[in-house]
Design a protein around this ligand. Structure first.
Ligand code: FAD
Length: 434
């Protein structure tokens, strides 16, 4: 009933990807390592190398596979996407080469789900073709993860919406052709109906990027790509609302599940690469007359990493399968929610543990920028916060299970052995005779 094999035709595609990512995408990582280089449409040298690689991906039918046919994409579903993303996760350039880079993936998903035919033609088409980059502008400097604290607002004036307020960590805003901005349109409404989503072309007057914040792993603190933006009476026509008035929360929610699971899938790839590095170092370096891999504490690091990676990989695949079942209508809406939360929490822990151990086994070389591990190590916290902090998901997951938990009837828990033994003896009074 449960089958972990991959069908041979698809395996051939994965084999092609494996070789292509190692040979071509990892080469891009070395040639163009600058922060944000993957998303910069004006980086002509990088674009010149990128285009032919994207063409090869398209020729293989592997381009932009995050959207399934029901949303107008070529995708094969989340299980196959999980296997693909494991390979893509090895390389920072690979998501762009394969047309599956965040935040464009999630943005494409909500444009496909909620966009009008005109919005799809103007924004989704070029986005899916890899011609433009987009940005999702939701988090606020004072509001963080809590939409209840959001103050950036939009008011209607004639046949326009006027957006006023600030957003924080709007990734890739400086490269984007358009921003998806969530703003309060009815402050009195309940939280889930308080906001609306707007498509804002980046050349609209009034958009002010205050700073481009850099994060761990970036090289230049003043040239990051997570924008702190002020919207100064930014005007968009009425037809630039995505979804209906008051549906902003619903639209935003629709993109977050996909983002979280895709990050989880790619985490498997990067952690597998870190594990491979750990193994190589363990059989290459000698200390105290033995190879590193002959020391038991190094063996423990390796074994713990293998187990954690396999456990997480299985969780991601099961979650991907649940999402596919929901989309096929065989499971109810929301049936994958808890598992997506588990992936979100688990990915940061796995990333921290496996990359951290690989770094430690490499010693000073590991923490140096001669190896990719130190940069990756900083990345685990970025993944812990992106798409909502890990703690929020941990808490939501626990609450979902607590809601279903049934209190014990009496003084003792249902598993209390003396109580259960008494009940068993009451059922079989002669059981212990003779
Ligand atoms: C690399 C990266 C890229 C990002 N890209 C984007 C983007 O493109 N667009 C965008 O809009 N945002 C983006 N973000 C922002 C991201 O969504 C926020 O970082 C996230 O929602 C958390 O908000 P905050 O950072 O303000 O943390 P806070 O909300 O201040 O949370 C800080 C800490 O407080 C605790 N906490 C907060 N809320 C709760 C709760 N309900 N229960 C328990 N504990 C809680 C947790 O420990 C949490 O880690 C990005 C972030 C990163 C790191």
């Amino acid at each position: 009933m449960i089958d972990f094999s991959v069908d041979p035709e698809f395996q051939k595609k994965l084999d092609w990807m494996n070789q292509f990512v190692r040979e071509e995408c990892e080469t891009m990582d070395l040639l163009f390592p600058e922060q944000g280089a993957q998303f910069d449409p004006n980086y002509t040298a990088a674009r010149r190398h990128l285009k032919p690689l994207q063409e090869q991906v398209k020729a293989q039918g592997l381009w932009a596979c995050h959207l399934g046919p029901h949303l107008g994409g070529p995708g094969y579903g989340q299980v196959k996407l999980a296997l693909m993303n494991e390979i893509i996760g090895r390389s920072p350039w690979a998501p762009v080469v394969f047309g599956t880079a965040a935040p464009d993936t999630g943005n494409a998903e909500i444009l496909a789900l909620f966009g009008t035919p005109d919005q799809k033609q103007r924004y989704l088409g070029p986005l899916m073709a890899g011609e433009i980059v987009s940005c999702f502008s939701m988090t606020e400097p004072q509001g963080g993860a809590d939409p209840g604290e959001f103050t950036c607002s939009a008011r209607r004036e004639g046949d326009e919406w006027v957006i006023e307020g600030e957003k924080w960590f709007s990734s890739n805003a400086k490269f984007a052709t358009f921003l998806l901005v969530i703003a309060v349109t009815d402050a009195e409404a309940k939280l889930t109906e308080r906001m609306s989503m707007f498509i804002v072309p980046t050349d609209t007057p009034g958009i002010e990027i205050l700073r481009n914040v850099a994060i761990a792993g970036d090289f230049d603190p003043e040239n990051g790509h997570h924008a702190h933006i002020r919207y100064n009476s930014v005007r968009v026509p009425l037809d630039h609302m995505l979804g209906n008035p008051g549906e902003g929360f619903k639209v935003a929610q629709a993109r977050l599940g996909g983002g979280r699971i895709h990050h989880a899938m790619r985490t498997v790839g990067i952690c597998q690469r870190a594990l491979d590095m750990m193994l190589e170092r363990a059989v290459s370096r000698r200390t105290r007359g033995r190879m590193l891999g002959d020391h038991q504490l190094v063996q423990a690091k390796i074994a713990d990493s293998i187990i954690a990676l396999e456990q997480f990989r299985l969780l991601v695949l099961k979650t991907a399968w649940l999402i596919d079942e929901v989309e096929a209508g065989r499971l109810p809406h929301g049936a994958a929610r808890n598992h997506i939360g588990m992936c979100k929490v688990g990915l940061a822990t796995l990333y921290h543990d496996v990359v951290g151990r690989a770094l430690e086994v490499h010693g000073s070389l590991g923490i140096s920028l001669d190896m990719p591990l130190a940069k990756w190590y900083g990345g685990h916290m970025a993944l812990a916060f992106a798409d909502g902090p890990t703690d929020v998901h941990r808490s939501q997951l626990a609450r979902a299970y607590l809601k279903k938990a049934v209190p014990a009837d009496g003084l003792f828990p249902r598993e209390h052995i003396p109580t259960r033994t008494a009940a068993a003896l009451a059922r079989y009074p002669d059981a212990r005779d003779g």
